[in-house]
Design a binder for this molecule. Structure first.
Ligand code: BES
Ligand code: ZN
Ligand code: ZN
Length: 468
């Protein structure tokens, strides 16, 4: 769907249908008919009055969520008609939420359907009497951000037979070409030569070669240097600690962190931000086989720390350990280092399937990250490290163990594991995002259809925007 910002009084804009946001039906021209149709001024309540060419949609608050859900609901109704264009008055509605809600809410992934939904050439005109520079920038950025989220969704939704580490590497190369980024791809020989035994072990039983992807955006006079690291498990069977059948389904989404990093890298130059950004992805498939790494193995990570493997399904942290070391060895004077991972089922249990768990050593930074997330339309909350949980990942035979000796606090112990691979100079600059809950949507919610949500993209870009 195409969205236009139109500088005209809405009554003068020709259109097949008008979308009207309603927070109270009192005194509306169509009050009686809306009441009879059971319409309520609530989220997801929508009515199409074909004769008077109106779509009424309810909303509760002039907040991002409510606006985005309302426009997504209205656009779905509009998409179900043959009308070519719709108009809506911006008024005092949040423009970013309007654009993103429309574009994220009308996302369809039908690559695997034999009959594709016809891509209708519909347009939405957002009408406003005076377009300011600020509004225009918000409008254009929101379109780019939505495209990046949908691109991330496309990658995550692609099945493991069609999307394996090499696929991820070629997509990274394509993104680099389109956006003028530097791109380096390393294979298993590099991992072996450079002591990345932790990451390399996870992918050993896969027929697909593991790939370490490094994209960088380096504008002149960058005011900050930021590193994004993503878990790119193109499939997580659990390895020899094999997942039960029901838990394995959806594990194509275990690459969501890596895909979010690629999505962010694809849009960064378009937003005109003067920051240097590196995107590093560990693309690996966790499989079983005669060559598989095993519970009982001891792995040596890039920083020399030894890791006792007690569960091959806690593989994401093994991949990230080496990727975090690689990032810090290759890139000096980092201002922020963020990692994104569908790391633990425990995070989903703890904070629910809508929310990202934010961890790290810097309270102030975590606060800023959570604030950016909420501002961007994503849900996030901080999870606290503590000294007792830190002790639960000690090992009798190696420096550290890849699982904790307690059943509780699994997302925090995973975060604490990663902390072992953050160098002293970067301790306060690091934030870990556990996106296991929101990255993949099994029951559609808000403007997220079934499947990948593109979690991480919007909140990170919002954080970037707020960097002073
Ligand atoms: N990829 C999973 C985590 C996950 C679970 C993501 C559910 C999305 C939805 C991760 O690799 C994993 O299997 N973690 C284990 C860790 C455990 C063995 C300590 C888990 O959460 O059960
Ligand atoms: Zn796993
Ligand atoms: Zn995993």
């Amino acid at each position: 769907m195409k969205i236009n910002l139109v500088e005209k009084n809405i009554t003068k804009v020709k259109s097949d249908i008008e979308i009207i946001f309603v927070d109270s039906i009192k005194n509306l021209e169509d009050e009686e008919i809306l009441e009879n149709l059971g319409f309520e001024a609530k989220d997801e309540s929508v009515v199409l009055l074909a004769e008077s060419k109106k779509i009424y949609v309810g909303f509760e608050l002039n907040y991002y969520d409510s606006i985005a859900i309302a426009i997504a609901t209205a656009v779905k109704k509009f998409n179900s008609t043959k009308f070519k264009n719709a108009k809506i008055q911006l008024g005092n509605l949040n423009l970013k939420a309007l654009v993103e809600g429309a574009l994220l809410g009308s996302y369809i992934f039908d690559n695997y359907k034999s009959e594709k939904k016809k891509k209708q050439k519909q347009e939405l005109n957002i009408c406003i009497e005076k377009i300011t520079k600020d509004l225009e920038k918000i409008f254009e950025d929101s379109i780019e951000i939505s495209k990046a989220v949908n691109k991330t969704r496309d990658m995550v939704n692609t099945t493991p037979a069609d999307f394996y580490p090499e696929t991820m590497a070629s997509i990274a190369k394509k993104i680099a070409k389109e956006s003028n980024l530097e791109c380096t791809i390393h294979g298993e020989k590099y991992l072996e030569k450079n002591g990345m035994n932790s990451m390399n072990s996870v992918g050993r039983a896969s027929i697909h070669e593991s790939k370490l992807i490094h994209l960088s955006y380096k504008p002149e006079n960058a005011k900050k240097k930021i590193v994004l690291v993503g878990k790119g498990l193109t499939y997580d069977s659990g390895g020899l600690s094999l997942k039960p059948a029901d838990y394995m389904v959806t594990m194509k989404s275990d690459k969501s962190g890596g895909c979010a990093v690629l999505g962010i890298m694809s849009v960064i130059s378009k937003l005109g931000l003067d920051i240097e950004v590196h995107g590093i992805v560990g693309a690996v498939e966790n499989m079983i086989g005669g060559d598989a790494y095993k519970p009982d193995d001891v792995l040596v990570a890039k920083n020399g720390k030894t890791i006792e493997v007690r569960n091959t399904d806690a593989e994401g942290r093994l991949v990230l350990a080496d990727c975090l070391c690689y990032a810090q060895d290759e890139i000096k004077d980092i201002d922020y280092i963020f990692d994104y991972a569908t790391l633990t089922g425990a995070c989903v249990v703890g904070v629910g399937e809508y929310t990202t768990g934010i961890m790290g050593n810097n309270t102030q930074l975590k606060r800023e990250v959570v604030a950016s997330a909420l501002e961007s339309g994503e849900y996030a909350t901080s999870l606290p490290f503590n000294r007792f949980l830190r002790k639960t990942i000690k090992s009798e035979i190696a420096d550290i163990c890849n699982i904790a000796n307690t059943r509780y606090g699994g997302s925090i112990t995973a975060g604490l594991f990663l902390d072992n691979f953050i160098y002293n100079e970067n301790k306060e600059k690091w934030v870990h995002f556990d996106i296991a809950g929101p990255a993949y949507v099994e029951k559609a919610w808000g403007y997220n259809p079934h499947g990948a949500s593109g979690t991480g993209v919007r909140m990170t870009l919002e954080f970037f925007k707020n960097i002073k």
